[in-house]
Design a protein. Sequence first.
Length: 344
Amino acid sequence: MDYVQRYIYAVTQKLPEGQREDIKLELQGLIEDMLEERTQGEPVSDGDIEAVLRELGSPQELAVKYRAWPRYLIGPAFFDAYISILRIVMISIGIGLTVSFAVQALITPGETLQHFISYIVSIITIGVQGFAWVTLSFAIIEYAGVKPKDWGSRREWSLADLPEIPDRRLLIKRSEPIAGIIFSVLFAVLFTFSVELIGAIVFKEGQFIGTASIFHVENFARYLPLIWGLTALSIMKESVKMILGKWTRGVMLSHMAFNAALFILMVIMFKDPAIWNPHFMEQLVQLNVMTPGSEAFEWVESIWNEGRKWFIYIVALVTFIDMVTVFLKVYPIHKGSVEDIKNL
């Protein structure tokens, strides 16, 4: 019976630890019943054991049958949405990088070949990152068990399985998560590859003169991992909204949590004086955009000095309005007890 124990071990080791002992007892009983039926009271031979185990199939196949839910990286319940969102992300990356390349080629036409090589390299590198963002997001969604109700259930289907028709006020238009994904990807592409273009780009008589960037490019690069991480979280959040297609309390809370995380990042990043270009006003003077001591110079300098402080307050206000709007839209319809909210 050594083969039987080895077979049971091979099956149960591929199952969640909490199921192993029950499956082991069930499988052991099943094999004993099959052997008894086959031998009809005669001694059990190695040939009988081999025949029964072959009839049960390979341990890998049998373990799959015992699992409540098959294991996938991206399962069939989400595969169509995965392909759609992957397509949106890749198109957004292509658009963002192409616009960046076109602007850089326009500004410095003598370096077009260098810009084109950088463009191709960027398409490959950020394309791989975009693929990883989307795939990881859907893998987490799959692992977390965010699945359509009774998808793949083995029990017989009944009318009770039909979902309730949601309140029209809670429906999420498909364009909303798509727009959110496009914005997130373009934001990440802009701040990854073209942050030096955020500022004053000066032309004179059709010729490029120079750029006065708002940000200190080298110091700003320290925050790129945070930007990429938030981009991945944003894609995952918008993917859940697209899959479910309606506002639930869970979707509402995830949306608010993401907005809170985004605001915290913005505060950390934009409160850091090192990311701002300390020579911005000087560069405007060097580019003959401003004249020191003039009324326009003092006005722009005042905006530059105070605007960095007020920027955080503006972001806080926009974030707060968005969170309150979503809360007032969703919570009254999904009104429940405090205990219900704790159990989300």
